[in-house]
Design a protein around this ligand. Structure first.
Ligand SMILES: [Zn+2]
Length: 670
C-alpha cells in the first residue's frame, strides 16, 4: 500500500471534507468521548478506560478481589445519569472502539497537518490505553470491569476481537503517522494474548470473531512489523469461519433469536465456510469487514479459491443488493442484507459504516485485480452514501441513509423509527461518525494503489504524490478541474529523473467519452476499464485526460419492485435527489415526462451550508392534489392535467442540510 505520507490531497472538494474532519469532527468527537457534549448521549469511552486503569492500580493492593461477571447487559447505562459510578463500565460492550477510531482519524489528520497539541492529546489517550491494558495483554474494558472470567467465552457476541481489530487499525495508523510505537505495543500484546487462547492447536479455542474486523486488522499488523504469525491468525479466523462442528454452537450459549431460523449463522456470515458462500448475507457491516479481510488474505497468499469467493460475494453485493447510492443493508432488523433486489427506499438501512466497509472491500478487490468495476463501486459509495453520513458542517451524522424520506412517517411509524430525517449529534452506538472520519482521512490510499511497476489512478481528485517505481522516484501532481460539471479535466504533471513504469488511468463507468492528450510516445493499451500508459518518464511531462460526465437517467433492474417506472438522475459519480426545500411538499406527486431527455437538464450553481455544488434543473410535472373526493374515487373523474414545473435536484450527499424536509431519489416517469 502507498504510504499516506506520500500523498497529499489538494482537491477543493475533498480538502473541504478533510478539513471538516480536522477542524470539526476530531475536536467534537474528543469532547463526545469525554462526555462533554451537552444534549448528546454520553459515550463513556474515556470513563471506561479510566476505570480500567484505576482497577489495575488497585489490583496490587492487599485484599483486592477481581470483579466477577454475573449478568451484565450489552449496553449498560448509569442508574443516575448525572452521577455515573467512576468504577463501573457504561455504554455498549464495544465502546472502546470509539476511542480507537478517533485515534486512527487523528493519525491520518496528523499525517496531513502536523498539530503538536492534538498529538499531545492523542499521546495522552494512548498512555491511558496502555495503563488500562491488563498485565497479560488483555484489553477490553467491558470485561476488565465486569469480570474477566467471561473473556473469550462467547466469541459470537463478545466483541473482544472487534475491539482488538479497531485497536490494531489505530495502532498501525498512529505509528505510521507519528512514529509512536506505544499503541502498536499494546496491540501486539493483545494479539499475543488472543493467540494464546485461540488457534488451531489442541487446548485452544477453535473460534473466530462474531463481529469481523480482526481479519483485516491483523493483515495491517503483519505488514507493519513483518511478523508472519499475525497473517496466520487472520488466515485462521477466515478458514475456520462456518466450519463444522459449528464453533458458535460449541460455545453453548443460548441461540440468538431470529424470525427466520436460517439467519442463525448467516447473521455472522458463519453459515458456511467462506469459500462456499455465494450470496452476501447477514449484518452488512460485518459482511463487508469479513470480505475485506478475505480479499487481503487472498492477495497475500495467492489463494485462488478465496479469490473466487471474493469475486462472487462482490458480485452478489453490487449486482443484487446495493442501492444506487452505494448503500448496503436493506433492513434494520439485524442491520442486514435481505434477498436479491429487495431495496426499499424509505425503509433502507444503508448504514454509513456499511458503505465505508464497501469502500474497504472494493479497494482490496482493486489490489487483488485492478478492474474498474471495483473502483466504480468504491466511488459510488464514497460520493453518495458515505458523504451523506456527515452534515456539511461536520457537526451531525446519519447512521441510516434512506433514499426517500417523509419526515412525518419517520416520527409516527414505528417501522421507520430507524430512519431519521435530521442528522443526530452523536449516538450511544457511535460507530459511524468516527468511521467516516477515518475513511476521509485516508482517502489518498483509495485514490491510488500500486501494482508491479504500475501506478493505478482510481479516483480523480487533485493531489500531490511521491512514488517510487522500483527505486526510481517520481512526483505526480494531479489537477482536476470541474468548473463545467459535465466535463472532468484531469491533468497529471510528472517529474522524474528517469522512471520506467505504467500509469493506469481508470475510465469511470459514468464517463460518456474520453480524450487523452500529451501521451505521445507512451505505449497505450486498454484493459479492464483502465487506460495503461507505459513509457520511461523523464524530466517534466504532462498529460491530460478529459472525461465527459453527462447527466444520466438511470433505471433499476425491474426486479427492484420499488423502482419500477422510476428514474434516478446522476451526473458523474453524483446521485441526485429532490428535496422539499427546492420543490415544495409532496415530492411523491412529482414526475418526469418520458419525453424529457437528460440533455434537457441544466446545471445551476448552488450553495448549501457554505458549500458550492452543482444542482440540476429539469423539466418536470406535478400531479394536482386531490383531497376532496373521498379516500377512493372514480379514476375517470381524475381529469386534471399535471402542472409543468421545474424540478431542482441536488447531490444526494447534500440533503438534510437546510432543516427537516422531504427527500426522494427515485422519480416517477410518466
Ligand atoms: Zn455505523
Amino acid at each position: 500500500m502507498l504510504n499516506l505520507k506520500d500523498i497529499r490531497i489538494t482537491d477543493e472538494f475533498w480538502q473541504a471534507e478533510q478539513e471538516l474532519v480536522r477542524q470539526e469532527v476530531i475536536p467534537y468527537q474528543w469532547e463526545a468521548l469525554n462526555d462533554r457534549v451537552p444534549g448528546a448521549s454520553p459515550s463513556f469511552a474515556i470513563h471506561n478506560f479510566l476505570a480500567a486503569k484505576a482497577l489495575r492500580e488497585r489490583s496490587h493492593a492487599p485484599g483486592f478481589r477481581a470483579p466477577v461477571f454475573t449478568q451484565v447487559p450489552f449496553e449498560v447505562l448509569p442508574e443516575d445519569p448525572e452521577h455515573p459510578d467512576p468504577d463501573r463500565f457504561y455504554g455498549f460492550l464495544f465502546q472502546d472502539t470509539d476511542l480507537y477510531k478517533w485515534i486512527e482519524a487523528v493519525a491520518y489528520s496528523l499525517t496531513r497537518h502536523p498539530d503538536a497539541q492534538l498529538q499531545a492529546t492523542a499521546d495522552e489517550a494512548v498512555r491511558l490505553i496502555e495503563e488500562a491494558q491488563a498485565e497479560d495483554g488483555y484489553l477490553d474494558t467491558y470485561y476488565i470491569l465486569n469480570g474477566r472470567n467471561r473473556s473469550f467465552t462467547n466469541l459470537r457476541d463478545n466483541h473482544e476481537l472487534y475491539c482488538f481489530g479497531h485497536l490494531t487499525e489505530a495502532a498501525v495508523a498512529y505509528h505510521q503517522a507519528t512514529g509512536n510505537t506505544a499503541l502498536l505495543g499494546v496491540a501486539e500484546r493483545f494479539a499475543a494474548c488472543i493467540a494464546r487462547q485461540i488457534g488451531p492447536e489442541d487446548g485452544k479455542k477453535h473460534g473466530y470473531p462474531g463481529h469481523e474486523i480482526a481479519e483485516m486488522a491483523l493483515v495491517r499488523l503483519y505488514q507493519e512489523p513483518g511478523k508472519q504469525e499475525y497473517l496466520e491468525l487472520s488466515r485462521y479466523f477466515i478458514n475456520q469461519r462456518g466450519q463444522q462442528p459449528h464453533y458458535f454452537e460449541q460455545e453453548g450459549h443460548t441461540p440468538l433469536s431470529f424470525e427466520r431460523p436460517e439467519e442463525l449463522y448467516s447473521y455472522h456470515q458463519a453459515h458456511k465456510p467462506v469459500r462456499e458462500q455465494e450470496e452476501a448475507k447477514g449484518h452488512a457491516v460485518r459482511a463487508m469487514y469479513l470480505y475485506s479481510g478475505m480479499a487481503d488474505i487472498a492477495r497475500l497468499t495467492g489463494d485462488e479459491s478465496l479469490k473466487a469467493a471474493c469475486r462472487r460475494l462482490f458480485a452478489s453485493v453490487t449486482r443484487e443488493k446495493m442501492y444506487i447510492t452505494g448503500g448496503v443493508g436493506s433492513t434494520n432488523i439485524g442491520e442486514a442484507f435481505t434477498f436479491p433486489f429487495d431495496l426499499p427506499n424509505d425503509m433502507a438501512y444503508a448504514e454509513s459504516c456499511a458503505a465505508i466497509g464497501l469502500c474497504f472491500f472494493a479497494r482490496r478487490m482493486l489490489q487483488l485485480e485492478p478492474k474498474s468495476e471495483y473502483a466504480d463501486v468504491m466511488e459510488r459509495a464514497l460520493y453518495n452514501n458515505v458523504l451523506s453520513g456527515m452534515a456539511l458542517d461536520g457537526k451531525s451524522f446519519f447512521y441510516v441513509n434512506p433514499l426517500e424520506v417523509w419526515p412525518e412517517a419517520t416520527h409516527r411509524d414505528a417501522r421507520k423509527v430507524h430512519v431519521k430525517s435530521v442528522r443526530q449529534k452523536w449516538f450511544g452506538c457511535a460507530c459511524c461518525p468516527p468511521n467516516i472520519a477515518r475513511l476521509l482521512g485516508s482517502l489518498g490510499a483509495y485514490a491510488f494503489t500500486e501494482g508491479e511497476r504500475t501506478l493505478y489512478a482510481h479516483l480523480y481528485m487533485s493531489s500531490e504524490l511521491s512514488w517510487s517505481a522500483a527505486g526510481q522516484e517520481v512526483r505526480i501532481s494531479t489537477r482536476v478541474c470541474r468548473d463545467d460539471p459535465s466535463l472532468w479535466r484531469v491533468c497529471f504533471r510528472f517529474s522524474a529523473e528517469q522512471a520506467d513504469f505504467t500509469l493506469a488511468l481508470r475510465i469511470p463507468g459514468w464517463c460518456g467519452s474520453w480524450k487523452l492528450s500529451g501521451a505521445e510516445g507512451a505505449a497505450c493499451a486498454e484493459k479492464d476499464g483502465y487506460l495503461l500508459l507505459h513509457r520511461v518518464w523523464q524530466g517534466e511531462q504532462e498529460i491530460t485526460l478529459e472525461l465527459t460526465a453527462p447527466v444520466r437517467f438511470l433505471r433499476a433492474d425491474t426486479r427492484v419492485r420499488e423502482n419500477a417506472g422510476k428514474i434516478a438522475v446522476m451526473h458523474g459519480p453524483f446521485v441526485c435527489c429532490l428535496e422539499e426545500k427546492d420543490n415544495g411538499k409532496d415530492l411523491h406527486l412529482l414526475s418526469v415526462s418520458r419525453q424529457t431527455r437528460p440533455e434537457d437538464a441544466a446545471f445551476e450553481e448552488i450553495t448549501v451550508a457554505g458549500r458550492r455544488a452543482s444542482a440540476l434543473l429539469l423539466p418536470g410535472l406535478r400531479e394536482p392534489a386531490v383531497t376532496d373526493r373521498g379516500l377512493y374515487y372514480d379514476a375517470a373523474s381524475a381529469r386534471e392535467a399535471p402542472e409543468p414545473v421545474t424540478l431542482r435536484l441536488i447531490p444526494y450527499f447534500m440533503w438534510a442540510n437546510r432543516g427537516e424536509n422531504e427527500m426522494q431519489v427515485w422519480i416517477r416517469q410518466r
